[in-house]
Design a protein around this ligand. Structure first.
Ligand SMILES: Cc1cc2nc3c(=O)[nH]c(=O)nc-3n(C[C@H](O)[C@H](O)[C@H](O)COP(=O)(O)O)c2cc1C
Length: 370
């Protein structure tokens, strides 16, 4: 009887080992597949981007300091600035503007996102972006924050398709750098308006679309609708980059496979794990101390580029996504952000991010949807 049980246990163990090996094999196969898909260059208006894994624009997160940390790891094909007001832009001084600011060396891979509703204003701003030497210019047609929508900008433009097209036409006339539009499904759960707009953008001379298949009132709580992205991709010949809830390699492959999109744009996950571009596109393997190293690099970069009050505010915003990496992220967050100085945050990071905390495979969604 005992011998029989032993044999059975042995069997179970062997099955477990085999399963783990199969999973590893599946994991590495999946990773290689993703790498191959993402590592294909993409040319927009004669300018080549090395790969198809890009940073999504994020107000308050995608600033110069964050991009410096991201660049330190490498692997990101194209980076986006935070949205910049077209109205303010002609008079913006990069030395003092918190948003319209960059490092010279990132310009060949940096796209400036503009927010606005007046065609002439947007065209003038695009011209300034071109003159400063950015890779390209992008139009925000996705932001549904009320302050932006009230100004008829962001996702509000999806309710005024003629105005949206007029804006990109004016910008196309003004500049010769790659012109992109980032937009969403629209205000109703029906992709036909977005599909029609995608075609009209292509006709108006847009070089690339970044599509986030969610309706505008939905601030990232429900999953994106891949079928909407598929329809947009099918409607146009210009590249369409997919965006929304790509957290793990399997999410990225699913988006690429089921929609036929030409690349991926990562938002929150890029902030949580800025080394991910290098992991997915090259061979970077993070060590157990990666979170501490990244937090300290972020603090150094914030201190280098911003005055203390703003640096503190920006770190607190970043730390939400850093904490989302951990199983007990909600409890960790106040420990990381206790105090009100960069030096205190450094001490917190050294004390709390020891590499022993349990990691969440998928980011903590409560923190990600704050
Ligand atoms: C804090 C925050 C700020 C954002 N700001 C912008 C923005 O300025 N312009 C824009 O087009 N999208 C903005 N987005 C939307 C992201 O670019 C992206 O579409 C969204 O987060 C979904 O992608 P993800 O699941 O990879 O994060 C923002 C998102 C977040 C979380």
């Amino acid at each position: 009887m005992d011998a029989q049980r032993n044999e059975k246990e042995q069997d179970y163990r062997l099955t477990g080992v085999k399963k783990a090996a199969e999973n590893r094999l599946h994991g590495s196969h999946l990773m290689n597949e993703l790498k191959n898909r993402l590592n294909t260059p993409l040319t927009l208006r004669g300018r080549t981007v090395a790969n198809r894994l890009w940073l999504a624009p994020m107000a308050g997160l995608g600033h110069i300091a964050f991009r410096q940390v991201l660049d330190g790891f490498g692997g990101c094909g194209l980076m986006m600035t935070e949205m910049t007001s077209a109205k303010a832009l002609p008079n913006e001084n990069p030395k003092i503007s918190p948003v319209f600011r960059w490092r010279e060396e990132e310009l060949p891979r940096l796209v400036c996102q503009l927010m606005g509703s007046q065609p002439q204003e947007m065209a003038d701003a695009a011209l300034r972006v071109q003159d400063e030497g950015f890779f390209g210019v992008d139009v925000n047609m996705g932001c549904s924050v009320s302050a932006i929508v009230k100004r008829r900008a962001g996702a509000a433009l999806l309710r005024e398709p003629d105005r949206a097209v007029e804006i990109v036409r004016a910008m196309r006339k003004a500049v010769d750098i790659p012109l992109m539009v980032k937009f969403r499904t629209g205000w109703e759960n029906d992709p036909s308006g977005a599909v029609e707009l995608a075609r009209r953008f292509e006709d108006a001379g847009v070089d690339c679309l970044v599509f986030h298949p969610r309706v505008s009132p939905d601030r990232r709580s429900r999953p994106p609708v891949l079928e909407h992205l598929r329809q947009v991709c099918e409607a146009v010949d210009i590249p369409v980059i997919g965006n929304g809830n790509v957290f793990l390699p399997v999410d990225g492959l699913k988006m690429l496979d089921t929609t036929g999109c030409d690349g991926l744009s990562l938002g929150r996950m890029a902030v949580a794990r800025p080394w991910l571009f290098s992991s997915w596109c090259s061979n970077f393997t993070p060590g157990a101390d990666i979170h501490r190293i990244t937090a300290l690099a972020m603090l150094d970069a914030l201190e280098e580029h911003y005055e203390p009050t703003r640096a503190v505010k920006l770190y607190k915003k970043y730390a939400i996504y850093l904490a989302a990496n951990f199983s007990f992220g909600v409890r960790l967050l106040p420990k990381l952000t206790a105090g009100d100085s960069i030096e205190q945050f450094r001490e917190n990071a050294r004390r709390e991010l020891t590499g022993e905390q349990a990691l969440a495979t998928r980011p903590n969604i409560h923190l990600f949807t704050r």
